[in-house]
Design a protein around this ligand. Structure first.
Ligand code: GS8
Length: 220
């Protein structure tokens, strides 16, 4: 039975799992969740994720939420197919992948997500982006990116000279961030810029990004 992913393509967290599924050439069905109708807060969805958020993955009798945990499961389940995202044959490389997955979630995400929220989500609630929140987090993000610049001057990707789940985890938020007037934070750091251009041009993500049109006019 094919995997079922509940979510929407333009959501950053859904896009994270979608990218992983594409890298692994896994068969799946995307089950749309109507966020505007509040479907994710209804009992049927809350039974799958009590936090009422997308994405959720169902694999037979297994139900998972949290996009990073779902992605790790997909990468492990399909470790023999598609691209090896977790370096499963090399414990030391696998450990470095885990380190940089944590860095994304504990350092990068807390800085980049409020910026993306202010530019793309606040306007949907009729609010003007809050400059103070944006600036405070740009400063935090800049410090994280200084460390990335140093790291990426010694290896092509974050965990080593191989693309991994750690790099993949950065894609969806950075994709929206690059559409803001503050993309220079990435572009001004040559190694980070080269890394971004490399990881965002992988076919798996190019396909997912084609559905990430948050905040843009719908194109016919
Ligand atoms: C966050 C899920 C999340 O924020 C994860 O899966 O990584 N840590 C979790 N989901 C958002 C969409 S993010 O693109 C969501 O469901 N928002 C609606 C809501 O919170 O009501």
């Amino acid at each position: 039975m094919a995997l079922k992913l509940h979510g929407v393509a333009m959501s950053t967290c859904t896009a994270r799992v979608l990218t992983c599924l594409h890298e692994k050439e896994a068969e799946f069905e995307l089950v749309p969740v109507d966020l505007f109708a509040g479907e994710h807060k209804q009992p049927a969805f809350l039974a799958k994720n009590p936090f009422g958020q997308i994405p959720v993955l169902e694999d037979g009798d297994l139900t998972l939420f949290e996009s990073r945990a779902i992605s790790a499961y997909v990468a492990e389940k399909f470790k023999e197919t598609g691209y090896d995202l977790i370096r499963h044959q090399n414990p030391k490389e696998a450990a470095q992948v885990k380190v940089w997955m944590e860095v994304e979630s504990q350092q990068y995400h807390p800085a980049i997500s409020p910026i993306v929220y202010q530019f793309f989500v606040a306007p949907l609630h009729g609010k003007t982006p809050d400059e103070a929140i944006i600036n405070e987090n740009l400063e935090k993000l800049g410090k994280v990116l200084d460390i990335y610049e140093e790291k990426l001057s010694g290896s092509k990707y974050l965990a080593g000279d191989f693309y991994s789940l750690a790099d993949l985890f950065h894609l969806s938020y950075t994709y929206y961030f690059m559409k803001t007037p503050r993309a220079n934070l990435i572009n001004d750091r040559p190694h980070v810029k080269a890394w971004w251009e490399d990881i965002s041009s992988r076919p798996a993500f190019v396909e997912v990004a084609s559905g990430m049109n948050f905040g843009e006019e719908k194109k016919d």
